[in-house]
Design a protein around this ligand. Structure first.
Ligand code: COA
Length: 514
């Protein structure tokens, strides 16, 4: 089996295992309470036979002793009555659906995408609030839980609907998700909303009360008015939710492409055939592009200049795109060519796709004397200020400032996905081990034995290897998920479709020839 096939197979197994949430014991308990699993709830609200683009399914992977699969929350984009919606759904089988740092990040990232694309937010709430032992990483800071509520208010004020269905005991932060929603449905018997649950009430005011009396669906719907609808069971609640979405007015629709989609030609192989697994060996990046774009047609820009960056126009699922793909290190020429191309796309309102396989910008005396610092900065500047939607896929390495020039996470691409063979770090383990040893040589002085140096080298190498692993990255939400190479075209098509037809700043922008 080719190495990439093994990596894809591992990815599938890892995703399957994460989709089981908190494991057998908690799944049985959940089912015994008559509750549906989080993914079944999502299936029931989406239009039949439509895609669900799940985001960051491996958040928190390998963290907390593996006890928080998916960070205890499922997020993604799906269609309800032909409208694209953002689904944000707690998995109560994982620590009662409580929020860890990665849960907050995943929840907030989904909201950020929803706000940027004006997608109604559907919250399927089953949530015990902040995971208390981790409260210092969840509660106090700007981008912690409070930031998610701030964004929820902003979205509602901007006319982006916020709808909640409450399935379980929702306490503190868990209660605020429905409380700040435009419309709320609760399930009788299991759904509860209380700012402070019974233990908090006991601790704070020494009142002893059961959860149902304190915040049950009947009380919150008929007495307090916190909830607008009560449903006898989960299925009825989910049907009611679909009814609410059907009545959101004209709602948000996806703008169709200007040309019919054309599949890539079969003789170009699949993206998986061209995945750069061994980053030390050159990859045929043109073949990779041809295997992904409509009709395998790429109209290259400046093919005879700055050849380590391929730039060109193509279509994906009928939508026009401008593609930038690395084919070696970025030199001054390739950097200014990239900046020029970005300006062209920005002027023509063509979304940009970055296919990252980058060791970095060129270093050395010749490069510095040629002004690599200012020329690379032009590319970075163009990426940062382009007004068109940007999408990034890390198909190989993503090292150093090359990550910035190729629209890494800091440059706010609309979406960023990685392949299972990806690597992301300031530098490769080989380079890092040399650099760190060199940097420390002065403080180690003459006292360091060969063995000390070898140990430092091995330690640095091991650190960089572990931290540049795509699972390490996706666990920390540095991307929106690891995808299979052969899913890339469809995933990008969906993302571009979501951005199509949205209002854009279309004021004039000159193209400065570089
Ligand atoms: N912080 C820390 N741990 C939490 C938690 C929280 N907010 N919410 C749930 N958990 C943990 C439980 O300790 C338990 O872990 P364990 O099996 O390792 O002991 C696991 O999640 C499941 O909780 P459990 O209470 O058994 O599940 P449940 O389905 O019966 O009830 C809740 C779910 C959410 C209603 C209930 O756990 C609850 O009320 N949680 C606390 C809410 C709270 O006080 N939040 C305040 C946050 S500021």
């Amino acid at each position: 089996m080719a190495e990439i096939d093994a990596l894809v197979s591992t990815l599938r197994d890892t995703l399957q295992s994460a989709s089981q949430g908190g494991g057998e014991k908690f799944r049985i308990r959940h089912a015994e309470r008559g509750k549906l699993f989080v993914r079944d709830r999502i299936d029931l609200i989406l239009d039949a036979e439509t895609a669900f683009l799940e985001l960051s399914p491996l958040a928190a992977h390998g963290l907390y002793g593996g006890e928080v699969p998916g960070a205890g929350i499922v997020t993604g984009i799906g269609m309800i009555h032909d409208q694209p919606c953002m689904i944000i759904a707690n998995d109560a089988t994982v620590k009662g659906g409580s929020f860890f740092a990665e849960t907050v990040r995943k929840h907030s990232r989904a909201q950020e995408i929803a706000q940027e694309h004006r997608l109604p937010c559907i919250y399927l709430v089953d949530c015990g609030g902040a995971f208390l032992p981790e409260q210092d990483r969840v509660f106090p800071d700007r981008d912690h839980f409070g930031g998610a509520f701030w964004r929820q208010c902003q979205m509602s004020a901007e006319g982006i609907p916020q709808i909640s269905v409450v399935f379980g005991g929702c306490t503190a932060g868990g209660a605020y998700i429905p409380a700040l929603s435009d419309q709320v449905i609760m399930v009788r018997g299991t759904g509860r909303i209380h700012l402070g649950g019974p233990p908090i009430v006991k601790a704070a005011i020494n009142e002893v009360v059961d959860g149902e009396t304190l915040g049950g669906a009947d009380m919150q719907t008929t007495v307090s008015g916190v909830s607008d609808h009560i449903a006898p069971d989960e299925i009825t609640a989910l049907q009611k939710l679909r009814e609410i979405v059907a009545n959101l007015g004209d709602g948000r629709r996806i703008a169709p492409p200007s040309m019919p989609p054309v599949p890539p030609k079969a003789d170009h192989g699949t993206p998986q055939d061209h995945a750069p697994v061994d980053l030390k060996r050159p990859t045929d990046m043109r073949a990779l592009i041809h295997s992904m774009v409509d009709g395998s047609e790429l109209s290259e820009f400046k093919p005879d200049y700055g050849s380590t960056l391929i730039t060109g126009f193509a279509r994906i699922h009928g939508y026009p795109v401008g593609i930038l793909a690395n084919d070696g290190a970025l030199f001054s020429e390739s950097s200014v060519k990239g900046a020029h191309f970005i300006e062209l796309c920005d002027q023509r309102q063509i979304p940009l796709i970055f296919l990252q396989n980058i060791t970095g910008f060129m270093v050395g005396t010749e490069a510095e004397r040629g002004g690599i610092a200012k020329h690379s900065a032009k590319l970075v500047y163009a990426v940062a200020t382009a007004r068109v939607p940007k999408y990034t896929v890390i198909v190989g390495g993503s090292y150093g400032a090359g990550n910035y020039g190729m629209c890494g996470r800091g440059f706010r691409p609309r979406f960023l996905f990685s392949w299972p063979n990806a690597r992301i770090a300031t530098m490769s383990p080989d380079v890092a081990s040399t650099v760190v040893t060199e940097l420390r040589r002065a403080s180690l002085k003459g006292s360091a034995s060969k063995q000390d140096i070898a140990e430092l080298d091995a330690k640095t190498r091991a650190q960089f290897e572990a931290q540049s692993d795509p699972y390490y990255a996706t666990a920390r939400l540095w991307d929106d998920g690891i995808i299979e190479p052969n899913q890339t075209r469809d995933v990008l098509g969906l993302c571009i479709a979501l951005g199509a037809g949205l209002e854009q700043d279309t004021g004039p922008r000159p193209v400065y020839r570089m």
